[in-house]
Ligand binder design. Structure first.
Ligand SMILES: *Cc1c(COP(=O)(O)O)cnc(C)c1O
Length: 381
């Protein structure tokens, strides 16, 4: 298919920057003047503000979401010989961080409608070695946390949230990041709250975990050059803290913009033959991505994506290979067919453009192209 000029990009980070340019400029200048380039006052202030936002008592700012997962697991005491239950239908970091600790990831299939860990499938995966459940709030929608908490309580397991895609999302009346024992966020630039570089954080209301994570991010020091733990260099940069403070003030507006675009998509595309995102009754979905499902025929999704590209619409696939079938984790021993819902999802999902600055006109352009491509497919069937 010929490459068409892009009419609607999948994402446009520049549009957001241009809306807040002068505030960002002032925040950066302030850090340069203070010369607190690593941690420092801006990072501490961001930690306080993000803890308030998540309704926890503690937030520890780090250099990535991956570091957040790694330190959350270490603070929980997880290591060699332990097992941690998580989903294979996620970004690879959720599973990689478990492997960093020496523990074994045990992958449990997803619920078809929510794309999140299926609580009913967890119990049979628990063994004497299981220490924690790590649900991922995929696409910006909370996992079903009550039944997860229930099975965790009965088996004395910890719950560690991967909230990298779900800043500000809600489960019933609770904010993600405050539901499990510990939670992990990413501020990678494309996330709903994105830094201008790498960034991440852990939130918790357990001061022991928080103190341990504070030491682990800074070489395990309890005071300068006195190392009580074997730590890491996982500190957040001062510039990122200052930038995130500015952006946090806009986050709820941006989430509302995403939710309103998602609603427009769902209204315009209802009945056109695609499966649209299913808003679970308990969720405030923050639509980090808006993902539809194409038909289950193997090549349909890829043909659909190519046809949209020919119409000038950029899309993305989250994720085309579930983690248990990634070559890097072949040694975990999973084979095709072992986690069928995750495998079906990986063949069928397609994410449409979504970002707060996406205009009404661009949203309509995407819907027009989707309908055109689908009606062409019907005509050819
Ligand atoms: C982005 C992401 C991560 C990793 O965050 P980084 O900041 O890129 O290290 C972990 N889990 C999920 C679900 C993510 O989307």
């Amino acid at each position: 298919m010929p490459t068409a000029p892009v009419k609607v990009p999948y994402l446009d980070l520049k549009a957001q920057y241009h809306g807040i340019k002068s505030e960002i400029g002032a925040a950066i200048a302030h850090v340069l003047e203070s010369s607190q380039f690593v941690l420092g006052a801006e990072v501490s202030a961001f930690e306080r503000e993000f803890a308030v936002y998540c309704r926890t008592t503690e937030c520890i700012a780090l250099n990535s979401g991956t570091s957040a997962l790694h330190l959350a697991l270490l603070a929980a005491g997880i290591g060699p010989g332990d097992e941690v239950i998580t989903t294979p239908f996620t970004f690879i970091a959720s599973v990689a961080a478990i492997v960093y600790t020496g523990a074994r990831p045990v992958l449990v299939d997803i619920d078809r409608r929510s794309f999140n860990l299926d609580p009913a499938a967890i119990e049979s995966a628990i063994t004497a070695r299981t220490r924690a459940i790590l649900p991922v709030h995929l696409y910006g929608q909370s996992a079903d946390m009550d039944p997860i908490a229930d099975v965790a309580r009965r088996h004395k397991l910890l719950v560690i949230e991967d909230a990298a895609q779900a800043h500000g999302a809600k489960y019933k009346d609770r904010t993600v990041g405050s539901i499990g024992d510990i939670a992990c966020f990413s501020f990678y630039p494309t996330k709903n709250l994105g830094a201008y570089g790498e960034g991440g954080a852990v939130t918790t209301s357990n001061p022991e975990y928080a103190n341990k994570i504070r030491m682990l991010r800074d070489w395990g020091q309890d005071r300068k050059y006195h190392h009580v733990l074997r730590g890491y260099n996982y500190r957040m940069e001062g510039l990122q803290g200052a930038i995130l403070r500015v952006k946090l003030r806009y986050l709820d507006r941006w989430i509302e913009a995403r939710r309103s675009i998602a609603q427009k998509y769902s209204e315009a595309l209802a009945g056109c033959g695609l499966e649209l995102p299913f808003a679970m009754p308990w969720a405030r979905h923050v639509f980090h991505v808006y993902t539809v499902r194409s038909s289950s025929r193997n090549d349909d999704r890829d043909a659909f994506q190519a046809a949209l590209a020919a119409e000038g619409i950029q899309t993305a696939i989250h994720y085309g290979t579930p983690v248990h079938l990634q070559p890097a984790f072949a040694d975990l021993g999973y084979v095709p067919g072992s986690l069928p819902q995750s495998e079906a999802a990986s063949r069928e999902v397609l994410s449409l453009p979504i970002y707060p600055e996406l205009t009404e006109g661009a949203t309509q352009e995407v819907c027009r192209a989707v309908k055109k491509v689908l009606s062409g497919r019907l005509a050819n069937a």
